[in-house]
Write a protein that binds this ligand. Structure first.
Ligand SMILES: Cc1ncc(COP(=O)(O)O)c(C=O)c1O
Length: 464
C-alpha cells in the first residue's frame, strides 16, 4: 500500500516495512536529480514527515542523514533540512540562456520601478487590511469594488475632466486586459488602430477575434478622414500623446473624430496611458468628457505607479456597459480585492498625487538629460513630440536604417527601439526613427549611454 505526504511528494510502500528507509532515500534522490526538488527547498521536519508517511521518525532521520552524507541535502541551524544545488547531466539542457545584459536600457514603456513609493504603499496596505470588510475577501462585483470605483470617478473627474458615475467604471487588470474585453464586445464592428501604434494592441484585438484596421498618423495625430473608408466601427486612439510619435491629436481632428463616432454610431477607445506626465503644459482634457456616450476612456496604473500592480479601468458608455461587465466576469471574474482596496486607500490619502509630483520632477530631469545628451553627442538628431510621458521619438536621416542601428547598439549593451517595430503594413511613408525611453536611467547614465552610443555607431561606420 503506497502512502505520501501533503507537504512532500514521495511515495512509500508500507507493505514492505524492511525497505522503508531505502525507498525514502531513493524517492528523494530521484526527485532531487530530476530537478523536481529544487535547490534551496526546505523539507518537512523528520517528525512531520514520519507522521504523514506513518513510519517511525528514526527512518526519516536515517534517510536525511544518508542524503546529507551524499551531498544532496544539508541541515541549517534554525532552518531545517534543505536541498543542495547539484549538477546533474540533465541540468545544462534545462537551463535557459541568460538574457542579453544591457548597460543602457532606452526601451520605452515602463516607468522606473525603483521610484515606487514603498512606505506609502505599505501604509495604505496596513490601513486596508485593518478595515477591509470580511465580504471583500469573498467573490465580489466583476465591475470592481464600489470604494475603488467611487475613488476613481472623483480622481479622474478632478485630473482628467472625465464625466462619469462610479457605476460607469469597470476595473480590470491593466489596459491590455481592458482592451481584450472591449475587442470581444466590439468584435463584429472591426477596430481601427493608429499606424504607428503599440504592436501588442494590434495582436490583442486580433486575438479577441476582431479585425484590425491600421490608419496612418501624421503631425496632427490620427488621419480621422480615413476612418469611414476603413469600414471599422470603433477606433483605438492615444489623443493626449500619440504612442509612439508623441504628437497631440489636433483640435480640429478631435472634433472630426467625435463627429464620425456620433454620425456613424461608432465608438472611440481613448487610451489615456500617460496623461499624468506633462512637463511644460497641462494635458488636453479627456475626449470622454465631451462625448461620454461614444467614448470608452481607458486608464491604468502601469505608467504612474507600476505595471506589476496590473490595475486599470474602463469608463464605459451606458449602451456597452452590460456586455463589458459580462465579458469581464467571464474572463477572470474580478480584479484582486486587496489590490483594489489598497489602490482606493492610496489615492484617497493623496499618496498618488504626492508620488506623481515627485516622479514628474524625476522624469522631466531625465527627459532634459536625454535631449541635452543628443545635442552634445548626436547633434544632427533631436527629440520630437511634446514634452510629456516617458519616451521621445528621434527622427533620423532618410538614408539611415533604424533597425540595423538598433541591432548594432544592442550588441554593445545599449537597448533602443526602431520606429518600424510600431508600424503595421501598409507602413506610412515616414522618416526612419528611434523610439527612446528615458524613464529607467538616471540623468548621469543617460549622458553616459548616449555618449557610448555615438562612439559605437561611429566605429561601426554609422554616421549621421
Ligand atoms: C500606449 C500604452 N497604453 C497603455 C499602456 C498600459 O498597459 P497595461 O495597463 O496593460 O500595462 C502602455 C504600457 O506600456 C502603453 O505603452
Amino acid at each position: 500500500m503506497s502512502t505520501s505526504s501533503p507537504e512532500l511528494f514521495v511515495e512509500i510502500d508500507r507493505s514492505r516495512p524492511r525497505g522503508l528507509r531505502a525507498q525514502l532515500e531513493r524517492s528523494l534522490r530521484d526527485a532531487i536529480r530530476a530537478g523536481r526538488l529544487r535547490p534551496g527547498v526546505r523539507l518537512p521536519s523528520s517528525r512531520a514527515l514520519a507522521a504523514d508517511l506513518q513510519i517511525t521518525r528514526g527512518v526519516v532521520i536515517a534517510a536525511y542523514h544518508q542524503l546529507t552524507a551524499e551531498g544532496y541535502l544539508s541541515s541549517r541551524q534554525g532552518w531545517g533540512t534543505v536541498v543542495n544545488a547539484i549538477t546533474t547531466p540533465e541540468e545544462p539542457q534545462r537551463r535557459r540562456p541568460p538574457p542579453p545584459s544591457a548597460r543602457y536600457d532606452f526601451r520605452p514603456g515602463a516607468p522606473d520601478v525603483a521610484l515606487f513609493p514603498h512606505a506609502a504603499w505599505a501604509r495604505a496596505t496596513r490601513t486596508t487590511m485593518r478595515s477591509l470588510p470580511e465580504q471583500s475577501l469573498g467573490y465580489s462585483d466583476p465591475a470592481g469594488l464600489p470604494a475603488l470605483r467611487e475613488t476613481l470617478a472623483d480622481y479622474l473627474g478632478r485630473v482628467r475632466g472625465v464625466s462619469c458615475e462610479p457605476d460607469d467604471i469597470v476595473v480590470c487588470n491593466g489596459f491590455s486586459h481592458g482592451l481584450s474585453l472591449l475587442a470581444r464586445v466590439l468584435a463584429k464592428r472591426g477596430i481601427a488602430v493608429e499606424n504607428p501604434g503599440h504592436p501588442n494592441w494590434r495582436e490583442q484585438i486580433e486575438w479577441a477575434g476582431a479585425s484590425c484596421h491600421p490608419i496612418e498618423v501624421d503631425d496632427e495625430g490620427l488621419r480621422v478622414d480615413r476612418l469611414t473608408a476603413s469600414g471599422a466601427g470603433a477606433v483605438l486612439v492615444t489623443p493626449a500623446h500619440q504612442y509612439p510619435t508623441g504628437v497631440v491629436l489636433s483640435a480640429s481632428r478631435r472634433i472630426s473624430l467625435l463627429d464620425w463616432a456620433r454620425t456613424s454610431g461608432s465608438y472611440v477607445i481613448e487610451d489615456d496611458y500617460d496623461a499624468e506626465y506633462r512637463y511644460d503644459r497641462q494635458p488636453v482634457g479627456a475626449l470622454q468628457g465631451v462625448a461620454p456616450d461614444h467614448v470608452v476612456h481607458a486608464g491604468s496604473l502601469s505608467k504612474s505607479l507600476a505595471p506589476g500592480l496590473r490595475l486599470g479601468w474602463l469608463i464605459v458608455p451606458p449602451a456597452l456597459r452590460e456586455e463589458v461587465v459580462a465579458a469581464r466576469a467571464r474572463s477572470d471574474r474580478f480584479t484582486t480585492s486587496i489590490i483594489q482596496a489598497t489602490v482606493a486607500e492610496f489615492i484617497q490619502r493623496g499618496d498618488l498625487d504626492r508620488h506623481l509630483r515627485r516622479t514628474r520632477r524625476n522624469y522631466r530631469q531625465r527627459r532634459d538629460a536625454l535631449i541635452a545628451a543628443l545635442c552634445r553627442h548626436w547633434p544632427a538628431y533631436h527629440a520630437t513630440g511634446i514634452s510629456a510621458g516617458l519616451h521621445v521619438l528621434v527622427k533620423l536621416a532618410d538614408s539611415m536604417d533604424a533597425t540595423h542601428l538598433a541591432a548594432t547598439a544592442a550588441r554593445h549593451g545599449i537597448l533602443i527601439q526602431p520606429l518600424d517595430r510600431y508600424r503595421s503594413s501598409p507602413a506610412p511613408a515616414q522618416h526612419p526613427a528611434l523610439v527612446m525611453g528615458y524613464s529607467r536611467l538616471t540623468p548621469h547614465h543617460i549622458e553616459e549611454g548616449i555618449h557610448h552610443l555615438a562612439t559605437v555607431l561611429k566605429s561601426a561606420g554609422v554616421t549621421p
